[in-house]
Design a protein around this ligand. Structure first.
Ligand SMILES: C[S@@+](CC[C@H](N)C(=O)[O-])C[C@H]1O[C@@H](n2cnc3c(N)ncnc32)[C@H](O)[C@@H]1O
Length: 317
């Protein structure tokens, strides 16, 4: 198998496993799912705080920078996974195409779209299985907006992706990017995450029970947490999929700026996303604490106290 096939297989396996356990990747129809032990998909309220808030930022930005109404705007989402962002854009009347290399993700995305109770017209959303950098994909077709939500960092050659975007984006079209940049985790971020996790764990409020570490163990603990947050194993290899973390912040951001005119850049969050799904208080307290962590995270990023490990970018061709 080549790297793209391995990538597709990792996401096929992941979504099949999630579906077996009742996962519904739909921002409006999501149900509680205990299969997720430290992921916001565990509870709809956590999805609201995390993915829905990101969707609202994406929607608001497209609305303010796009020159046409949603009905006249063709959006392509690259690496759409099971399609929850594409689906939500279609519910806001955009003409949406979702693309992913994972056939299982595309099959589920089509299913959710066909049975969507929130849209009468099902014709404004279509999905394709394929590799975005394949020259034959979307040959002769153009889009007004191209969105990457957590997928641009999976492309090893950013210059190839940028060329492809420019090729199929209408003039004055928008490129919209919401990405993790796990290479930006620094010691301060990790120490703060460790502190929050240890306090939660010591009060039996975190998914992971762990003994409060002694001073001697601290450095080792911080190193292990750094690797976990970067989704790496002991040798530094990506653990989620073949191409995870292929591009870091500088590669993505410089490639975007070289090819597009920046309209808006925003540092997002540093740590809350990797913690809130792991909180084990009663639901009310869990959601209050999750909201507090998210808001504190945003504030600390804004003040430069921790380094954001997620960013949002919107540029024009
Ligand atoms: C981290 S997942 C994010 C998926 C989705 N956006 C979400 O938020 O759940 C990255 C996605 O990019 C897809 N992907 C990776 N390389 C790709 C490529 N060359 N062409 C199209 N999709 C790709 C993967 O199959 C995977 O579904």
């Amino acid at each position: 198998m080549d790297k793209t096939e391995l990538e597709a297989k990792a996401f096929d396996d992941q979504i099949r496993e999630r579906m077996k356990h009742g996962h519904i990747p739909d921002l409006r129809e999501v149900k509680p799912c205990d299969y997720f032990y430290n992921n916001p998909w565990r509870r709809p309220e956590l999805v609201q705080l995390d993915m829905v808030e990101s969707f609202q930022l994406i929607l608001k930005s497209i609305q303010s920078y796009s020159k046409n109404s949603s009905k006249d705007t063709k959006v392509l989402e690259v690496g759409c996974g099971p399609g929850y962002m594409s689906l939500e854009l279609a519910r806001h009347q955009y003409q949406v195409t979702g693309l992913d290399v994972s056939s299982a993700c595309i099959e589920l995305a089509r299913n959710l779209s066909e049975n969507d109770p929130h849209r009468d017209n099902k014709d404004n959303l279509r999905y394709f299985m394929g590799n975005f950098t394949n020259p034959d994909i979307f040959k002769g077709e153009k889009f007004d907006v191209i969105l990457f939500f957590g997928s641009l960092h999976h492309f090893p050659k950013q210059s190839h992706v940028m060329e492809k975007i420019k090729h199929i984006l209408n003039s004055e079209g928008l490129v919209v990017v919401h990405e993790p940049a796990r290479d930006r985790y620094n010691e301060g971020n990790v120490a703060l995450s460790h502190l929050v996790r240890t306090l939660l764990s010591a009060t039996d409020s975190f998914y992971k029970e762990s003994a409060v570490p002694s001073g001697k163990e601290l450095n080792q603990e911080l190193e292990a947490l750094m690797a976990e947050l970067k989704y790496e194993d002991d040798s530094g290899v990506s653990v989620q999929s073949e191409n995870d973390n292929e591009a870091g912040f500088d590669e993505m951001y410089s490639a975007l700026n070289k090819n597009f005119t920046e309209l808006h850049f925003e540092d997002r969050y540093a740590f809350f996303h990797e913690i809130i799904g792991g909180i084990r208080l009663d639901d009310k307290k869990t959601f209050q604490l999750a909201r507090y962590l998210r808001d504190m995270d945003a504030l600390l990023c804004k003040k430069g106290i921790v380094k954001a490990t997620e960013f949002f970018y919107i540029g024009r061709k």
